[in-house]
Design a protein around this ligand. Structure first.
Ligand SMILES: C[S@@+](CC[C@H](N)C(=O)[O-])C[C@H]1O[C@@H](n2cnc3c(N)ncnc32)[C@H](O)[C@@H]1O
Length: 336
């Protein structure tokens, strides 16, 4: 076998995504995975599932249930649901990401979940009724949607979401559809970008940032972060970094049409549940939570849900400490 040199990186721990070869190969380096998790970080190429116990408590999966995970990601929630619905339950798992879906499938198959227990489909959750029909079902006993992007997508510079590492400014969860963030920014008007920054991420400096970015060509993520910082010369550094985060989030939501997909899912959900079926949705910012809360309330008034969450469920202080990405998570549920 050809000898391959170990990648070299400056300092004690690898900082660049591509140098984290141990984290990217967790089967052969479980000790590195455990060390990174213990430090409150997400190992490169993985995703730490959020509020798993709370989600299971809400969904109450039982042996024999037919379940749907609308957002498979790394498969952490899926794995937990599969254990509860075994031995004769079935999980339909969807994701739009054509790069991560085969990896998640391989992990779940290697964990022993065969096609009798698990069906995977590259599908937008907006098309849930059709995905159910292809699987021979009309309704599910439980449905989970864990919104937004996965850590694999956010952290891999090649995907163009990363605020910290240089990569092509892409931001598509499905890179074979639509246009990249770079292309979109080069065409957008300052007015449209201003209203989008306000609507998608409540950005307080929307207008000056939009004037700096709209209609310009940015090849990489770092060129975009530098331009956002330049747009706010008199703003304190901490506040400026929050703006960088919010601008990336707002553009990501637009590029992936996240609100359109969520609105469609919320509309079709009641018809996709069996009577007594349960839905749980994890969201990560106010724009999403407002939509979920309103849609659940309206559907309850129309008699489509018999019960809905009266308040959001948040991650425990322990989970927030262990996994800071859980801090903004909000869990809501409804029962048909
Ligand atoms: C937060 S991650 C899910 C993590 C997962 N629960 C886990 O335990 O690993 C969200 C996932 O949803 C996918 N996604 C986002 N929008 C989607 C949509 N409209 N339809 C299907 N999948 C979507 C993303 O590609 C990503 O993999």
């Amino acid at each position: 076998m050809e000898h391959r040199r170990r990648p070299r990186y400056p300092g004690k721990n690898p900082r660049r995504f591509e140098d984290k070869y141990k984290e990217l190969d967790p089967t052969h380096h479980p000790e590195t995975m455990a060390k990174v998790l213990a430090a409150g970080k997400t190992p490169a190429g993985s995703h730490v599932p959020i509020m798993v116990a709370e989600t299971l408590e809400v969904l109450r999966p039982r042996p024999g249930d037919f379940a749907v995970d609308c957002t498979l990601g790394y498969g952490g929630h899926a794995q937990a649901i599969l254990e509860k619905i075994a031995p004769d339950g079935h999980l339909l798992a969807l994701d739009i990401d054509p790069l991560e879906l085969p990896r998640a499938e391989q992990r779940l198959r290697e964990a022993g979940h065969n096609s009798g227990q698990l069906t995977l489909a590259k599908s937008n959750f907006a098309g849930l009724p059709a995905a159910l029909a292809r699987c021979g079902h009309r309704g599910a006993d439980l449905i989970l949607a864990d919104l937004g992007a996965s850590s694999m997508q956010l952290d891999n510079p090649d995907r163009g979401f990363s605020l910290k590492n240089e990569g092509p400014l892409d931001m598509r969860m499905n890179p074979s559809r639509g246009i990249s963030a770079a292309h979109w920014l080069s065409k957008v008007s300052p007015q449209k970008l201003t209203s989008l920054l306000l609507a998608n991420s409540d950005e307080p400096h929307a207008a000056p940032i939009a004037h700096h970015l709209a209609g310009r060509n940015f090849a990489t993520t770092m060129e975009l972060t530098a331009a956002i910082r330049r747009a706010l010369p008199a703003t304190a550094e901490e506040e400026r970094e929050l703006s960088v985060r919010r601008v990336f989030q707002a553009i990501r939501i637009e590029i992936n049409e996240e609100f359109t997909a969520l609105d469609t899912l919320l509309r079709v959900l009641p018809q996709c549940l069996n009577p007594g079926g349960r839905i749980a949705i994890l969201s990560f910012h106010s724009g999403e939570d407002r939509r979920i809360k309103k849609a659940f309330q309206t559907a309850q008034h129309e008699g489509l849900y018999r019960e809905i969450a009266r308040r959001v469920i948040r991650a425990s202080p322990e989970e927030r400490h262990d996994n800071p990405r859980s801090t903004s998570a909000k869990l809501r549920w409804a029962i048909r």
